[in-house]
Design a protein around this ligand. Structure first.
Ligand code: ADP
Ligand code: MG
Length: 299
């Protein structure tokens, strides 16, 4: 049995010492290969609603850093934004997976992402040391944005990424945790899909890998059938799946982001099930692929 067959194996809890040792040995070539690599991990808001899940994700990120990778976290917070809006008696409309954002919704999104979800991630990473530092795409001019379409309100498109602040944090051995808010030159903030932010930051930094942790096993040809999981796909085939409507809702910006990241130079982009404990370690440190891998050439 490999560690990929058994998520608990990497944890080592309750397993015979030789099995724990085997998991570590299996990880060795990957640890060597990815030494110094920039790995961008996007946490979906759905993957963060569960406290246990948030804790294991933080452990995984700390482990990546401990073995010499340079992890960066980008996070969303759709469900958390929806919760607060609901408590305020406000409902959102979505178009192609994007939340139509009026001024009040923007305020709420910004408060929840920067002030709550980002803080929680930084807090859970910093339990293991003091490496994480939270920032909004507004900080250090990281993400320059503009309105995508008047009908969508303050939903932003990214005009440019200025990764200087991230480069400096990485040079200082920090783990940047980025909230998906950007600003235009006048200081107007925009709500940007976090998948899009992750791809743009990964592209600007020429990241080795971008990993999207979501609430489904990966990309599926039938969203209701986990057996229809696509293990590996090329950017052009993925483009076709968006065009023919196989990909819908929140998967649209995610699939586009995978294409953008790979086109910008990331070696691969991955969509993984964030509900599987330590799925990040399984993807990075074991022989068997998991979820969906997007590359330029495909399988
Ligand atoms: P996240 O918080 O990870 O960004 P989203 O809800 O934005 O989550 O996007 C993931 C959702 O996309 C899935 O929960 C699923 O319902 C939906 N989806 C639509 N089409 C597909 C598809 N072809 N394969 C997988 N998921 C899909
Ligand atoms: Mg989403």
């Amino acid at each position: 049995m490999t560690a990929a067959d058994d998520p608990e194996l990497l944890l080592g809890r309750g397993f015979a010492p030789e099995r724990r040792a085997r998991a570590l040995v299996e990880a060795l070539p990957y640890i060597k290969e990815f030494r110094g690599a920039v790995v961008l991990v996007k946490f979906g808001g759905n993957a963060l609603t569960d406290e246990g899940m948030a804790r294991t994700l933080a452990e995984d990120v700390v482990l990546l850093k401990s073995v010499g990778m340079r992890p960066i976290v980008v996070h969303g917070g759709g469900p958390q934004i929806g919760d607060l809006l609901a408590r305020l008696g406000k409902q959102s409309e979505f178009r192609d997976g994007l939340r139509i954002t009026d001024a009040e919704t923007l305020d709420v999104a910004r408060m929840v992402l920067v002030g709550k979800v980002g803080r929680d991630i930084v807090g859970s990473i910093n339990v293991h040391g003091a490496d994480a530092i939270g920032l909004s795409g507004e900080d250090g001019g990281l993400i320059l944005a503009s309105a995508r379409h008047p009908d969508l309100g303050f939903v932003g498109d990214i005009d440019s990424v200025n990764p200087g602040i991230i480069v400096r944090l990485l040079a200082e051995d920090m783990i940047p945790v980025v909230s998906s808010i950007g600003a235009d030159e006048s200081g107007q903030a925009y709500n940007i899909n976090a998948d899009t932010v992750a791809a743009a930051v990964a592209g600007a930094l020429e990241a080795e890998k971008v990993v999207y942790l979501t609430d489904v096993p990966g990309l599926m040809t039938d969203v209701h059938d986990p057996d229809s999981l696509v293990a590996a796909i090329s950017t052009s085939d993925l483009e076709a799946m968006i065009a023919d409507g196989t990909v819908t809702g929140g998967m649209i910006p995610k699939a586009q982001a995978c294409i953008a990241a790979v086109t910008a130079g990331a070696r691969s982009a991955h969509m993984l099930d964030g509900r599987v404990p330590h799925v990040l370690l399984l993807e990075l440190f074991t022989d068997s692929g998991i979820g969906t891998m997007v590359t330029k050439e495909g399988p």
